[in-house]
Design a protein around this ligand. Structure first.
Ligand SMILES: Cc1ncc(COP(=O)(O)O)c(C=O)c1O
Length: 408
């Protein structure tokens, strides 16, 4: 019995080691305490600046969001108590979903316990035998896992290569009942976007559906933060389903699906992640609802976030850092040649009180290690200058030299 147990632990240790565990043995840059965007704590006696929270609109510590959460606990208790289908509805859920649908310009919204679960559940509900799902190769893990879990066939196209998508559809569309394209609004690892007008033209010509994951684009893209449709001036009803999360611009946790009112009504009775999982904690919904109200009342938060993001991108590029395909909207990665260099730079940033952990192996192509910087409306120009200087210094200026050489 003991032997079996230890062989299981050996198995886990071996996989961790092979997966790059050695990189985090000393001065581990992960799971470091960062309790706010900028604060002092025992682990950070000199204070720190976080570039690692997706607190895009600076609402994680907004007093009104905190009050809304506390009031909801006082009124409704600490949990929803059951799945909403079997346990009954609280008005906080219904009111939030109505206001979010109104904000996004869609017929309905349905919340679930996380964005991750929402993607898996929506794909699971819709796609079956004789259907095809076509996915951007860099789509989020929750889409990939959702797609792996269905009986439909799956195809991928190269990141944002809509000509390849068009070719795939021309070749395969006739063989399937339903076809759904899955992609992201603002890509979470690269900070780039897809050409939505072209994507919609292709989708409509081939009679396919679109699931657009706007986890990182609601509150970010478009003049008032209504996402990729607003960015391109497109009516949201041209998209079958959009996915959002409350964990980013809306400053708490939970996910939602948005679309036509009749489709959302059906999902209330059909979608596994909603029926078989507990409703969102009332305090969570209430704080996100408050965040939504603040976003609507103060659209200049989106403007500040955009100004900071564009500034960061411009300064990073001027300093010769490799920011890949990022467009300067909330997420800007800096790419490195090797995981080791990436980890070393992240550790050097930590030594200077800047928190932005390395992204190596997990969630990205293995040969494209990076530090992903999340911008916030709360950052200042000085913060941005400080971070860029620290990255340039930590990478020994080697990026600047390399990139200039390769550009020549
Ligand atoms: C594109 C994308 N979709 C979905 C999710 C999952 O969201 P949640 O944190 O609400 O589970 C994430 C999380 O970061 C994401 O980046």
């Amino acid at each position: 019995m003991e032997d079996k147990k230890s062989s299981f632990v050996t198995f886990a240790e071996r996989f961790f080691r092979l997966g790059g565990g050695f990189l985090v043995q000393e001065d581990n840059p992960y799971f470091v305490a960062t309790d706010a965007l900028e604060a002092r704590s025992d682990e950070w006696p000199g204070g720190y600046l976080s570039m690692a929270h997706y607190d895009y609109l600076g609402l994680l510590n907004h007093p009104d969001c905190k009050t809304a959460a506390k009031d909801a606990i006082d009124q409704h208790g600490t949990g929803a108590g059951a799945s909403r289908l079997v346990g009954g509805e609280r008005l906080v859920h219904r009111e939030f979903e109505r206001d979010m649908a109104d904000f996004l310009g869609v017929g309905g919204v349905l919340t679930m316990i996380s964005g991750y679960l929402t993607n898996i559940s929506v794909i699971g509900l819709l796609m079956h035998n004789k259907d095809l799902v076509i996915v951007d190769e860099l789509a989020h893990n929750s889409i990939m896992v959702g797609v792996q879990g269905v009986k439909a066939d799956v195809a991928t196209y190269q990141h944002n290569d809509l000509d390849e998508l068009d070719r795939l559809l021309s070749e395969k569309r006739g063989q399937y009942n339903r076809v759904m394209i899955c992609t992201e609004g603002l890509f979470s690892m690269d900070g780039d976007i897809t050409d939505l007008p072209k994507l919609l033209e292709i989708k409509e010509r081939h009679d396919a559906w679109l699931l657009l994951d706007e986890a990182h684009s609601y509150g970010v893209l478009g003049p008032t933060g209504r996402g990729l449709c607003e960015h391109f001036g497109i009516e949201p009803d041209r998209i079958e389903l959009s996915i959002g999360t409350l964990s980013k611009s809306f400053a708490s946790a939970g996910g939602f699906v948005a679309g036509n009112a009749k489709v959302i009504d059906w999902m209330r009775y059909g979608i596994a992640g909603f029926i078989y999982s507990v409703g969102l904690q009332p305090a969570t919904v209430a704080s996100s609802h408050q965040a939504l109200k603040i976003l609507r009342a103060e659209p200049d938060r989106v403007t500040r976030l955009r100004r900071n993001s564009k500034l960061f991108l411009r300064k990073a590029r001027e300093a010769g850092l490799n920011t890949g395909t990022a467009i300067g909207e909330a997420v800007v990665p800096v790419l490195f040649d090797s995981p080791l260099e990436c980890v070393q730079v992240a550790k050097a940033l930590m030594d200077q009180g800047i928190y932005a952990p390395p992204v190596i192996q997990i969630g990205i192509p293995k040969d494209l290690p990076r530090i992903r910087f999340f911008l916030s409306a709360s950052h200042s120009e000085e913060d941005i200058d400080r971070v860029i200087q620290a990255v340039v210094q930590a990478s020994g200026g080697s990026h600047a030299v390399r990139n200039r050489l390769s550009a020549e």
